[in-house]
Design a protein around this ligand. Structure first.
Ligand SMILES: [Zn+2]
Length: 552
């Protein structure tokens, strides 16, 4: 359908979407693309591009949005009857050179597809010296013939260009001054220990006092998160979920991502310290948490991986402890219908061993622990007894050393006398040599004995003490029932842990063996070995063992 020029011209100012594909022709009204080309070739009128820019900076809040700018510019172009051939919109700030749409617009103009720019204000076009210079240069070289601003007068004359330069310069001055003001504000705030930026979650920027205040609603939730995390029972994911359920949201109203949760839990800001541009400041804001709580959270975060592996061990507490008594393969574990089963991996050869339920294994481990356990109050008594032993041993060895030393002095004197006798020619040199050798050997023996007693007179004591304490640990394990700890304990006190025909056995270290056997044969008569007068004999047996093997 042919568009009638007259009809179009008669229409009132049209809406923006009505302008699509249509062009305004000065004196002719709206025309379509083909007509435009035709007119342009005859009259060679000015073609304009629209340039609109909105930066995201907060200082520009008062600036019109891109949509508002475009609406204003379209209205203006309609009123002024400008021919618009392209439109460029940019969200990037003009402070730094390198705007994409701006560069596109310039090359569009340089290629001769348009001769003029329509923009809201010169500060939309250029806010740094390079952009401004480029525009002026294109005006000088005739690539740009006209600029139109609804808010600024411009004419392509020396005077107009001079005014434009001032307008460009003004916006640059504004930007420079603003950032200088911001920096000055930052320095002043930092001196007072005030975080100079956007308040972290849990705090708010107080615009009156310019301080950072605790957010009465969010602060307790943030604190709660730290407290829960510090217990080590929650993962970051769980904390994120808890915060979500409690209604804690970011400033934009979003649910916190796990990375964000981690950032919060790692932020020293919450106990009062912050870093700004590589320097640490003691904040003046109210801390939400203590340094201690913060440190605890950091420990948990550091140990997180470790705890995860511990958890999987807990799942199969005896895995990694046992080998198969038939084929000596490792014993592995699996879950069947809610029960843990242990079985041979059967990797080496044919093996006829069957599954063992964890409960059965636990019973056997416990029955061994029973044999070597010592209740806390009894442990105290035995340790006290050992203290007395130590004292007595030290006194005994002191007496022995004194005796040995006097004997040594005696040998020295006799050696002296022997020499005198030889010098006085009372004895022959052969007699002297034979006697002397005997005495010197004796002297060496004595010295060695003294050193031995002084060095390790009570070397058995520490291993014996450690042994008594581990007996108490067995008792604690029996009441706690912690199977993973039992595994650790069994590894410590013995070796060769075997599962054979559904029964568990291993080689405990000698002192444990002594105790287990000793209890076994006394089981009927006396379970508590402290109440039996013979327990002293057992302790001596163990002590004797440690005297021989102090490193066991
Ligand atoms: Zn096997």
């Amino acid at each position: 359908m042919q568009v009638c020029r007259g009809c179009l011209a008669a229409r009132d100012a049209p809406l923006a979407q009505d302008l699509k594909g249509l062009f305004w022709r000065k004196g002719k009204g709206f025309i379509n693309g083909g007509q435009k080309k035709f007119f342009h070739s005859i009259f060679n009128t000015m073609r304009y591009v629209i340039y609109a820019r909105k930066s995201s900076e907060s200082e520009e809040r008062q600036i019109l949005s891109i949509e508002a700018q475009l609406a204003e510019l379209q209205e203006y172009s309609a009123k002024e009857k400008l021919e618009i051939v392209a439109s460029f919109q940019e969200a990037q700030t003009a402070k730094e050179p390198g705007r994409i749409k701006f560069a596109e617009m310039l090359s569009f103009l340089q290629s001769g597809k348009a001769e003029g720019i329509l923009s809201w204000h010169p500060d939309r076009l250029a806010r740094n010296s390079i952009d401004g210079g480029q525009i002026i240069y294109l005006l000088d070289t005739g690539k740009i013939k006209d600029l139109k601003f609804p808010t600024h007068w411009f004419e392509n004359t020396p005077q107009g260009k001079f005014m434009l330069n001032i307008a460009f310069g003004q916006s640059k001055y504004y930007v420079d001054n603003l950032s200088e003001n911001i920096k000055r504000g930052h320095r002043a705030k930092l001196r007072k220990g005030i975080w100079p930026s956007f308040a972290p979650l849990g705090y708010t920027n107080n615009h009156k006092t310019r301080d950072i205040d605790a957010d009465l609603e969010k602060a307790p939730l943030v604190r709660k998160g730290f407290e829960l995390y510090s217990t080590g029972k929650y993962t970051l994911k769980q904390i994120a979920k808890i915060w979500k359920d409690l209604g804690l949201r970011s400033y934009k109203g979003n649910v916190l991502a796990i990375s964000c949760v981690q950032r919060i839990l790692k932020s020293t800001f919450y106990y009062g310290i912050f870093e700004f541009k590589g320097e640490t400041y003691q904040g003046s804001h109210e801390p939400l948490i203590s340094k201690k709580l913060f440190d605890e959270c950091q420990e948990v975060m550091k140990d997180r991986g470790h705890i995860m592996t511990r958890k999987s061990e807990n799942f199969f507490p005896f895995r990694g402890l046992l080998t198969c008594g038939e084929c000596s393969c490792m014993i592995t574990a699996e879950t069947q219908k809610g029960h843990n089963y242990y079985r041979c991996t059967k990797k080496k050869s044919v093996c006829n061993q069957k599954y063992v339920r964890e409960e059965l294994l636990t019973e056997q481990v416990k029955s061994f622990l029973q044999k070597v356990s010592l209740p806390s109050q009894d442990t105290e008594k035995v340790l006290h007894e050992l203290d007395k032993d130590e004292q007595k041993a030290r006194e005994d060895s002191k007496i022995i050393v004194v005796n040995l030393k006097s004997e040594l002095v005696d040998v020295e004197t006799r050696l002296d006398k022997l020499l005198s006798a030889y010098l006085d020619e009372v004895i022959t040199s052969e007699e002297y040599a034979a006697q002397k050798q005997k005495m010197i050997d004796h002297r060496i023996e004595l010295k060695e004995k003294i050193r031995e007693i002084e060095d390790k007179g009570v070397s058995w004591l520490e291993p014996a003490r450690a042994w008594v304490k581990s007996l108490n640990q067995a008792d604690i394990l029996l009441s706690s029932g912690d199977k993973a700890e039992m595994t650790t304990f069994l590894k410590q006190i013995g070796s060769n842990h075997i599962l054979f025909d559904k029964s568990f056995s291993f080689s405990p270290k000698k002192p444990f063996q002594i105790l287990a056997e000793w209890r076994l044969c006394r089981r009927e008569v006396e379970l508590d070995f402290l109440q039996n007068s013979n327990w002293r004999c057992l302790l001596d047996k163990v002590r004797n063992y440690f005297e021989q093997n102090p490193n066991d």
